[in-house]
Design a protein around this ligand. Structure first.
Ligand SMILES: NC(=O)c1ccc[n+]([C@@H]2O[C@H](COP(=O)([O-])OP(=O)(O)OC[C@H]3O[C@@H](n4cnc5c(N)ncnc54)[C@H](OP(=O)(O)O)[C@@H]3O)[C@@H](O)[C@H]2O)c1
Length: 217
């Protein structure tokens, strides 16, 4: 077995570089979870994770993953002009998208191309948001085949990630130092072993850890 190439370091604010792949672009599941792997409480509510986005963690997100913050959230803190660093396309499940609709926001990631998987939404609430109702995997493969230096951000939630688990090329897992005991799993899928290779581990003063994994193909 090859030894892992793992870099352990504390976030120091250095600039990220774009990841360029010669072949298909990557689908990355970028997700926040508890130590025991839940992305929210049993209903999916992830509010308990918000306090861990403190000054240091926010600086990390702002510098390396600014596009993963919703447009309305970025605007509220005056950083809505940040350029995308990793992703230019987002895909989320309808239940996750509902959280924005409940706030009256129909295009929560207006700084990317937005796709929402749904069989129940008959038409998109926003011209910027495209609904994927059929052949989810085929559509994601088409997106991967597009010519772009940027990847595709799989936002969640659990059900969508479970449906797309075989398409996930990379994981960026933000683990906050809490145990929930039960909750919404990272992948709503059946039992199957998928192997990933650990790339980077970043630690933060508040106990948060961000791990990056790439899929072993
Ligand atoms: N911790 C985090 O970082 C994080 C990130 C994102 C979300 N979340 C949490 O995740 C929760 C939502 O997760 P969830 O698992 O309940 O729902 P979800 O995955 O966000 O959405 C599920 C919906 O997606 C649609 N869908 C799924 N598979 C599909 C397919 N093959 N084709 C077409 N449409 C498909 C269906 O919509 P229709 O019913 O309309 O057909 C389904 O009901 C939220 O509460 C949110 O807080 C947490």
């Amino acid at each position: 077995m090859q030894p892992l190439q793992v870099k352990h370091y504390e976030w120091s604010g250095s600039q990220a570089t774009l990841r360029k792949e010669p072949d298909l672009r990557k689908l990355t599941y970028f997700i926040a979870c508890s130590i025991d792997g839940f992305i929210g409480d049993p209903s999916g509510d992830a509010q308990m994770m918000i306090p861990f986005v403190d000054e240091e963690f926010f600086e990390f997100l702002k510098t390396e993953y600014p596009e993963t913050m919703p447009t309305h959230g970025r605007r509220a803190v005056g950083v809505d002009d940040l350029e995308n660093k990793q992703y230019d396309t987002i895909i989320q499940g309808r239940a996750s998208y509902d959280l924005a609709l409940e706030l009256g926001v129909t295009s929560p990631y207006a700084h990317m191309r937005e796709y929402v998987a749904s069989r129940s939404l008959k038409e998109s609430p926003d011209p910027h948001v495209e609904i994927i109702a059929e052949d989810l995997v085929g559509r994601v493969r088409e997106l991967k085949a597009e010519d772009s230096d940027f990847g595709i951000y799989l936002c969640g939630g659990s059900q969508l990630a479970g449906e797309l688990i075989d398409e996930v090329d990379e994981l960026v897992i933000k683990t906050y130092p809490i145990v929930l005991g039960s909750g919404m799993p990272m992948f709503g899928s059946g039992f199957a072993i998928s192997e990933f290779t650990l790339g980077e581990v970043r630690t933060f003063k508040n106990g948060a850890v961000v791990r990056t994994y790439s899929r072993k193909r």
